[in-house]
Design a protein around this ligand. Sequence first.
Ligand code: CAA
Length: 246
Amino acid sequence: MRGLKDKVVVITGGAGGIGKASALRFAEEGAKVVIADFADGGETVAQLKAKGAQAIYVKVDVTNLESCQQMIATAKETFGRVDVLINNAGITKDAMMKKMAKEAWDAVIAVNLTGVFNCTSAALPVMLEQQDGVVLTTSSIVGLYGNLGQTNYAATKWGVIGMTKSWAKEMAKNGLRFNCVAPGFTGTEMVRKIPAQVLQEKIIVKIPAGRLAEPEEIAAAFAFLASDDAKYINGAVLSVDGACTI
Ligand code: CAA
């Protein structure tokens, strides 16, 4: 991928799952990586360093704007700039709508939607000053097609697409790019929480590819969209879902 060497990449939810796979991929491309997570990212940073990459862990609560500002400040102090932000931190609290508690709605909105606002808001002053930067956000197949039991999650994953397109229209002229990746069902903890019978009998059977995505296959899309090969791609949603439309 062109242009990723020495780029400074901040990845929320970077300690595990798609975020960790992305961190490893960006490290392979020669980038400097900030693992930003509420969960401990020490192990992931050790793996990145073992591969020869420069990497740090920053604890962040994406629901808190000041915590996000601190995350960006630490990235800039350590590596001098922030080239790429990947808004990847996300949670599920699935329930059918008739049983969904207001707390489950509020919690998912706070992390998946307000969290994306907070992190992007924190990164923008640095990127606008640089007149250069890429903000990528993890949407989902669920943000494009909806899903049973995911009113809250679908609202957020749909919402980040609208935010991304709005930001592209506002700030393309400043040299900034904003895109989403919409993963299908991917082999991470989040999907392993789905009841086994539902996963097998209702979900996997409907994936034309016949299998879950590997986290590395989603990471490849992030690397492409962050690279100079995607210089004119702005406000887009790249589906990586094995042709699944649920
Ligand atoms: N697709 C199709 N059918 C589904 C379904 C789904 N995703 N989820 C549930 N159903 C079906 C069940 O099989 C069941 O069907 P039958 O009545 O024919 O048996 C019916 O809906 C009711 O389901 P439950 O009996 O499980 O009802 P519940 O109230 O006990 O639990 C639930 C509901 C919490 C939504 C649970 O079914 C569940 O967790 N389903 C999975 C939801 C899901 O797909 N989450 C995706 C998580 S991964 C993710 O979000 C990452 C991403 O971006 C893709």
